[in-house]
Design a protein around this ligand. Sequence first.
Ligand SMILES: N[C@@H](CCC(=O)N[C@@H](CS)C(=O)NCC(=O)O)C(=O)O
Length: 216
Amino acid sequence: MDLFGSIFSPYCARVALAARFKGAKFNLGPAPGGGYKSPEFLKLNPLGKVPTLKDGKTVVYESGVIVEYLEAKFKKKPLVPKNAKAAAQARMIAAVVGEYVQGALGKLFVHMAPNRDKVAVDAVLAEINKFLDIAEQVIVAKPYAAGAKFTIADVYAVPTLGFASLFMPLFGVDRPLGNRKKLGRYMAKAKKDKLMGTLLKDMKVSFQAWQKSKAA
Ligand SMILES: N[C@@H](CCC(=O)N[C@@H](CS)C(=O)NCC(=O)O)C(=O)O
């Protein structure tokens, strides 16, 4: 399988984490044809976005859809608990972090310019903090996001919380998780975990390369 995108993107990282957990082999690389909006790439994904997965003749885009595709194709190591209540709980944690925290974080991108609008940035930071507070309420962190097992909740939580730790310092926030105990405990454990820790390291390397390329 070919996965187009960069692992620094939390959307790509969630797909990479799901695939790695399942032991599904994939090559990660840039969008073909020279970029997200190249005619060659738009033929694969008319939205011109990464991640996009090519599995033989099958093309799948939108990170959530790709994760579900992997879940359906590689059934041996499920990400979604069988029990309805446990499945809903894992998906709710994934939604809070992957949609709400991540959605608010994404709003920082337009404020990358050095002469940024402080009032607007502070409003986005307040929104991120509001959703991080909700994430702190819902995450289980014993030790995984939804409890004793790695689930779809981790697939969404680790990339977004890792991205927050890399990206928010650019906006003067050095400890994005602040004093939120469960989130702090969760990420400390994730860093030591082989699967999640490797992903976080890969994201950091990719983030640093992105920053270097911007500075050049
Ligand atoms: N809803 C999409 C979001 C993906 C997304 O926004 N990807 C960014 C990279 S982090 C992208 O491709 N941006 C290029 C663009 O929007 O033109 C998903 O879950 O896959």
